[in-house]
Design a protein around this ligand. Structure first.
Ligand SMILES: Nc1ncnc2c1ncn2[C@@H]1O[C@H](COP(=O)(O)OP(=O)(O)OP(=O)(O)O)[C@@H](O)[C@H]1O
Ligand SMILES: [Mg+2]
Length: 185
């Protein structure tokens, strides 16, 4: 329902969507459905990128033997009217990953463009950066605690996302395991 409403109201309301849910609930399916409808029904320019693939392409552009520059890869990501960024946070965070994600999200935010994001990570704050990771307690806490969106993209970016997007929590079974296998019976 939220996806249908989003398509109906676009571009009057151009806030994006943050689709959060466990594996196989249909986040990518919905995001693709939305942009298909926008492209075919409203002629909106849309671009779909898997987060890992996008970061890999940017990293590749630093390689001298590759012709594309970093800006060649990033320009369409900055400029497309609607961007789907699938599986946000799926790469182990490093300083470079955080800088790149913030560059992309901040640029789109400043230009008032719509971004649709999917993620498996729970929408919670990250680990306290001042907690001592070297202590036994800190290590034990980290080991039992499930990683959050804040851990993977940083709390500042998570806060920015909430400004850019309406959050939709998707709950349900893994479509790949339940519904598909049921149809084979
Ligand atoms: N409403 C739906 N109707 C029909 N098929 C669906 C629907 N939702 C999801 N599917 C199918 O279920 C499978 C899983 O969906 P999808 O890949 O969108 O899940 P996901 O939440 O993105 O999973 P992941 O967290 O692993 O990325 C896909 O094959 C998709 O086509
Ligand atoms: Mg997916």
């Amino acid at each position: 329902m939220a996806a249908c409403r989003f398509v109906e109201e676009y571009p009057l309301d151009n806030a994006g969507l943050l689709l959060i849910g466990s594996i196989g609930v249909g986040k990518t399916h919905l995001a693709v459905g939305i942009i298909k409808e926008l492209v075919l029904g409203k002629g909106t320019g849309c671009l779909f990128y898997d987060y890992r693939e996008l970061l890999k392409q940017i990293q590749n552009s630093y390689n001298d033997s590759v012709k594309a520059t970093e800006l060649d890869v990033l320009r369409p990501v900055f400029e497309t009217e609607v961007l789907v960024l699938d599986e946000l946070g799926a790469i182990k965070p490093t300083e470079w990953v955080w800088d790149t994600v913030s560059l992309i999200l901040n640029t789109r935010y400043n230009d008032n463009r719509t971004t649709i994001i999917t993620t498996n990570f729970p929408d919670e704050a990250g680990q306290d950066p001042y907690a001592n990771p070297a202590s036994e307690f800190g290590r034990a806490q980290r080991a039992v605690r499930r990683e959050t969106l804040g851990d993977r993209i940083g709390d500042r970016m998570r806060s920015r996302l909430h400004e850019m997007c309406r959050t939709i929590k998707m709950e349900g079974d893994d479509f790949r395991q339940t519904i598909r296998s049921a149809s084979f019976r």
